[in-house]
Ligand binder design. Structure first.
Ligand code: ZN
Ligand code: ZN
Length: 126
C-alpha cells in the first residue's frame, strides 16, 4: 500500500486499501504493522496540521513536505538551503538531535481554483 513519492496515507486509508486484498485483515493489524515499520525506519510518520498521522514510505530520499491548509494534501519537496540549517548548542536545551522536519504550509492548485470560483460567484473577483 505504501510505495513511491508523495504517498502519505492515514492508517484508515491503508486499512481500506489492504482490505481490498485481504478482506479479513483487522485495523489493529494495520496499526501494529505501521508502528513496526516506523520503528524499523521503513516508513516515516508525519503529523501535519490537526489531521491524523500519515505514513510515508519515502525514506530513501531526504525530503520535507508541502501541506495544503485547506484540504490536507501533502507533497514531497526538497527545499534548498536545508544543508546549512543548524541549531547552535545553546539552542539545543541539552537535546540530542535526531532529525528535522520542515513543513511548508499553503494552498494547493485545486483549493486555489475552488476559492477563486467562490470569490467570483460572490462578485469579489472578475
Ligand atoms: Zn488543497
Ligand atoms: Zn513525504
Amino acid at each position: 500500500m505504501l510505495e513511491g513519492e508523495h504517498v502519505h496515507l492515514t492508517a484508515d486509508a491503508v486499512y481500506a486499501a489492504a482490505r481490498e486484498l485481504l478482506p479479513e485483515i483487522s485495523l489493529a493489524t494495520v496499526y501494529n504493522t505501521l508502528n513496526r515499520l516506523v520503528k524499523m525506519g521503513e516508513v516515516l510518520e508525519i503529523t501535519a496540521g490537526d489531521g491524523p498521522k500519515r505514513y510515508d514510505p519515502n525514506t530513501t530520499t531526504a525530503h520535507h513536505h508541502l501541506y495544503c491548509v485547506e484540504c490536507g494534501a501533502l507533497r514531497d519537496v526538497r527545499p534548498e538551503g536545508t544543508e546549512q540549517l543548524a541549531l547552535k548548542v545553546d539552542q539545543r536545551h541539552g537535546f540530542e538531535l535526531l532529525d528535522v522536519e520542515i513543513l511548508f504550509r499553503g494552498r494547493c492548485p485545486t483549493c486555489r481554483a475552488t476559492m477563486g470560483d467562490q470569490l467570483r460567484t460572490a462578485g469579489q473577483l472578475d
